[in-house]
Ligand binder design. Structure first.
Ligand code: KIV
Length: 276
């Protein structure tokens, strides 16, 4: 009865939440990437990524919006379902889009859709201490949760742009407290976006759950980037923490493998990708 989830005909067993916790304890970097369709999901999985995120960044890189705000639950369910067809080994996480988790009941309904209709193994939502009640509610129903703190792209209109967060001492302390509160509420992973290295290190040390960073420096438990950014497809202003792995690569799969290797070998992120 349990064999499908454990084997799926793979040489290596699929990644689950225990794998990620063990990697944190062994200080083995957790490699994560976004994907939005089955073909790229297969490439990312075959390159050896441990976690694939169907990010609501699809609103920007797939749909052409300026922000992630217009993305709907139906969009996320559709893209999660197609990505799930390409993923064999990696742990599959799906974003809960803007305003899809504003009440406990709404959050539960939408998380269930992402898992049952989309095939996600975990949902990700943005927010600090203000989301503790929602995270508790989902956790009480055995929904695995990734709590996204630091720069929260869904709040872009409230914070006035995509900016580095936690640069002052009080905000930094608040962010560490938020991570601890979210872990206590039942979050299984923390995703930390766009903060100084020192804060990435402090949040990672403060919680037992894995901390995945994007622009959070080298001292977190894992790294994630937007797939289109590492392939140099993204137009317009590219954040400092992005590296384009296409130059020097033989092909798209080779570029993805180079990213995976760079995270495993800790050559990414380099100082030029970091904030102080
Ligand atoms: O939506 C997304 O792709 C994300 C990443 C920025 C981590 O949340």
């Amino acid at each position: 009865m349990y064999t499908q989830l454990e084997q799926r005909g793979m040489a290596e067993p699929p990644v689950n939440i225990s794998t990620l916790v063990r990697m944190k304890s062994e200080r083995a970097p957790i490699v994560c990437l976004t994907a939005y369709d089955a073909s790229f999901a297969l490439l990312v999985d075959q390159a050896g990524a441990d976690l694939v995120l169907v990010g609501d960044s699809l609103g920007m890189v797939i749909q052409g919006h300026d922000t992630t705000v217009p993305v709907t639950v139906d969009d996320m369910v559709y893209h999660t379902r197609v990505v799930a067809r390409g993923v064999r080994r990696a742990f599959l996480v799906a974003d809960m889009p803007f305003m899809s988790y504003s009440t406990e009941a709404q959050a539960l309904d939408n998380a269930v859709r992402l898992m049952q209709e989309g095939g996600a193994m975990m949902v990700k939502l943005e927010g600090g201490a203000g989301q503790v009640r929602i995270v508790e509610h989902l956790a009480r129903h055995d929904i695995p949760v990734c709590a996204h703190i630091g720069l929260k792209p869904q709040s872009v209109h409230k914070i006035g742009g995509f900016k580095v967060q936690g640069r002052n001492k009080e905000r930094a302390r608040q962010m560490v407290d938020d991570a601890v509160a979210l872990e206590a509420a039942g979050a299984d992973i923390v995703l930390l976006e766009c903060v100084p290295n020192e804060l990435g290190q402090a949040v990672t040390a403060a919680v037992d759950v894995p901390v995945i960073g994007i622009g959070a420096g080298p001292d977190v438990d894992g790294q994630i980037l937007v797939l289109y950014d590492i392939l140099g497809i993204t137009r317009g202003r590219v954040p400092r923490f992005v590296e384009n792995f296409m130059p020097g690569a033989e092909s798209v799969p080779d570029a993805i493998e180079r990213y995976v290797r760079a995270v495993r070998e800790r050559t990414y992120p380099a100082p030029e990708h970091c904030f102080s």
